[in-house]
Design a protein around this ligand. Structure first.
Ligand code: SIN
Ligand code: MN
Length: 244
């Protein structure tokens, strides 16, 4: 893991630019592509209002049902196939990113989003996990591959202003503690901006969660300390709405 510095962009929300070196990005992409080539690959979810999402999804560990906003073992809103398991090596990456930000995390769900050049995701909260995890502030961790995204980080209420952060290939973003329920979304994808060596047209994000606080390891979900590990410089920076 490679993060040069860890930027706390809001209390409990951390941007880890360059967290995954390019060889690791290639390995993660290959792992996602191998799962996607199996019986339960990417699909385009239809949401409650009847419209389609603007990205494809592939849920690992548990399926997130876009109609009911609940997690379940099978893809009941699509093809009834079981959600593929979350491989331990992919889960470990999120654990490491969470640890850099000072959090404990035992991820058992990963929602993989695939965005084309017109891909986007509206502002929303990630709040479909168990109350035990939400109340403890157990973080959601994302890893980005491919084209840069204009990621929006809002407040705890939908009407609060959102700031834009460029998430580049290899970046991790950790949203926990007092930021666990912040509104967030993806405003746009910068087509062709990803590393050529990855050979990915568009963007893939892996967003990890821990469903419930069943097996706490250390002080799961809480900031273990105000300092990041020594190898990672921790910087606090006010959100800048014009960053990208
Ligand atoms: C999400 O909030 O589910 C997706 C965020 C991202 O693609 O970075
Ligand atoms: Mn989300």
């Amino acid at each position: 893991m490679n993060a040069q510095e860890t930027v706390e962009v809001a209390p409990g929300a951390f941007h880890l630019p360059g967290f995954l070196p390019e060889p690791d990005q290639r390995r993660v992409l290959a792992a996602v592509e191998a799962i996607a080539a199996g019986p339960a690959g990417f699909y385009r979810p239809r949401v409650r209002g009847g419209g389609m999402m603007h990205c494809d999804m592939l849920c690992l560990g548990r399926h997130w049902n876009a109609m009911t906003y609940t997690y379940e073992p099978v893809r009941a809103d699509y093809d009834d196939r079981p959600a593929p398991p979350l491989p331990a090596d992919l889960a470990r990456l999120a654990e490491s990113a969470a640890a850099v930000a000072g959090y404990g995390l035992a991820p058992d769900i990963c929602l993989v989003n695939r965005y084309g050049r017109d891909g986007r995701m509206g502002l929303h909260q990630d709040k479909d996990e168990d109350a035990s995890a939400l109340e403890a502030g157990v973080p959601v961790v994302s890893l980005s591959l491919g084209d840069t995204a204009r990621f929006l980080l809002g407040g705890l209420r939908r009407r609060e202003p959102a700031a834009a952060i460029a998430l580049r290939s290899g970046d991790a973003f950790v949203m926990g503690g007092p930021s666990r329920l912040r509104y967030h979304g993806v405003a746009r994808i910068f087509a062709g901006s990803g590393p050529a060596a990855l050979g990915l047209d568009g963007r893939i994000s892996l967003t990890y969660r821990q469903f419930a606080l069943a097996r706490p390891r250390g002080r799961v979900g809480s900031l273990r300390s105000r300092e990041a590990p020594q190898s990672h410089a921790l910087r606090r920076r006010l959100l800048d709405p014009h960053e990208c």
